[in-house]
Design a protein around this ligand. Sequence first.
Ligand code: FES
Ligand code: ZN
Length: 300
Amino acid sequence: MKCIRCKKKAVITLKRHNAAFCAECFLHYYRNQVLKNIQKNKMFKKDDRVLVVVSGGKDSMALWDVLAKEGYNVVAMYINLGIGEYSNRSQKVVENFAKKNNLPLIVKNIKEEFGLDIYKLSKTLKRSPCSVCGTIKRYLFNKVAYDNGFSVIATGHNLDDEAATLLGNILNWGESYLARQGPVLPQTHPETYKKVKPLYTLTEKENMYYVLLNKIEFLHEECPYSVGARSILYKELLNELEEKSPGTKQRFLIGFLENGKKHFKEVENIELKECKTCGHVTTTEECSFCRLTKVSNTVS
Ligand code: FES
Ligand code: ZN
């Protein structure tokens, strides 16, 4: 098969676009997609300070690399979640990349800095580790952005992630989640930040090609707590559909964003307060992060 752009020998086929690319033209396509997503959705400009959340996985490493190469003002943030060797290995990957490319990186460690243990907390609270983890991450994203004067937070969510989230929200009819789902989550308060997903039209596979072609080191393993997560089941189901009907994921997600989303409404009039312990914005007397910290102090 020939590359649709330069007619040289193709090395990558993208069935959903009915296209094939040589390595060079694939990278051109990839960069264009990212830049188009940023501009079309008004995610950020060249002079915005962007906090890129990285985990060491292929998606966030690809995002970090492409934004830095395109000249955006990015600083990466890595959170060591204390998930044994998995966390140590991912931290190494991220630190190596920052060092090799001379890029700024902020590292947070939830065990060392806040005494938080996701596993213990999830057992005590009878919540899934991923839900505890999500609370901690969301808090730290905003806190680090606030403390360091960033204007926007970027994450490596890809088309597969977004389509799986959409399927989950539809299966559960999570109306306010559906109203909020999209590549841009607007700022709702001076202490919360706009969150953007510049890779939302690119698949896991495309991010994988990007890191492989650029010889970017990344962690191949998934978080051990994600085993059995419902989002993985949704991804498997969507992969099956995609296999039989290429383009399904894209039609599902983009179709929803363009035609479906407008029919859902967010819950309005949620009163925002200051957390009585840390002062950060919250909807309750004390924010969920401070409540977790308290529980953690009582169990350790
Ligand atoms: Fe948060 Fe796995 S990354 S539980
Ligand atoms: Zn608090």
